[in-house]
Write a protein that binds this ligand. Structure first.
Ligand code: GRF
Length: 220
């Protein structure tokens, strides 16, 4: 059996994605374990989720550092202290402008609540409705220096019903996130996925596009 990969999860809020990852990795057969959680906010509920599962955590607050660079250095040290193989951003509401994405190139993922490249940034659900999109969903992608623009690995999609409001859509999408993020981590930890200079390979075959999963197929 391959040794378990070490994973750090970074968050700023509720941490429902962290919980999905905790639940998935609790199985002894899962090829990764969460060794640390990092938050930039002391009141993030995700920190309590970590504590409930006996996962060590650190809080690195932006206000405690004079400059963004010093803040990012502190983040880098906190991550390195956990000695992770992979770093997963799960609702981490800070843009990383320094060299962290380069340092963890091919080993840092993010989950974003839209079908990227549509609706980068915030308020994605309302924007999808306002744009008249017929489909919406979420994307797991590799993190690069450009916000929400790294190569996409998996997407989950659903049809937007005429009557759905942004809040309902957010809840539907979050359920999809909880399915695909653990799956993406599994693929990464099993070394089935690699980020190359040409893009992503899955089982050594180049992915021209992200793997797209339908909400029905994911039981959501
Ligand atoms: C999710 O919608 C995720 O896609 C986005 O932030 C939200 C975090 O939710 N990046 P949670 O804290 O995991 O519940």
């Amino acid at each position: 059996m391959m040794p378990s990969s070490r994973v750090v999860v970074m968050l700023s809020g509720g941490g429902s994605n962290l919980q999905a990852l905790i639940d998935a990795t609790a199985s002894p057969a899962f090829p990764a374990k969460i060794v640390g959680v990092i938050s930039d906010r002391p009141d993030a509920y995700g920190l309590q989720r970590a504590a409930q599962s006996d996962i060590p955590s650190r809080c690195v607050e932006r206000d405690h550092y004079a400059t963004r660079t010093e803040f990012e250095h502190a983040l880098a040290r906190a991550i390195a202290d956990f000695d992770p193989d992979f770093v997963l951003l799960a609702g981490f509401m800070r843009i990383l402008r320094g060299d962290l994405p380069d340092r963890y190139a091919g080993r840092m993922l993010n989950i974003h609540p839209s079908l990227l490249p549509r609706h980068k940034g915030l308020d994605t659900h309302q924007r999808a409705i306002d744009a008249g999109d017929i489909a919406h969903g979420c994307t797991v992608h590799f993190v690069t220096r450009e916000l929400d623009a790294g190569p996409a690995l998996i997407q989950a999609r659903l049809d937007i019903a005429d009557t759905t409001n942004a809040e309902q859509l957010a809840a539907q999408v979050l359920k999809l996130e909880h399915k695909i993020y653990p799956l993406a981590l599994r693929w990464l930890a099993e070394a089935r996925v690699e980020l190359t200079s040409n893009g992503i390979t899955l089982d050594r075959i180049e992915l021209p596009e992200p793997v797209v999963m339908d909400a029905d197929g994911l039981d959501c």
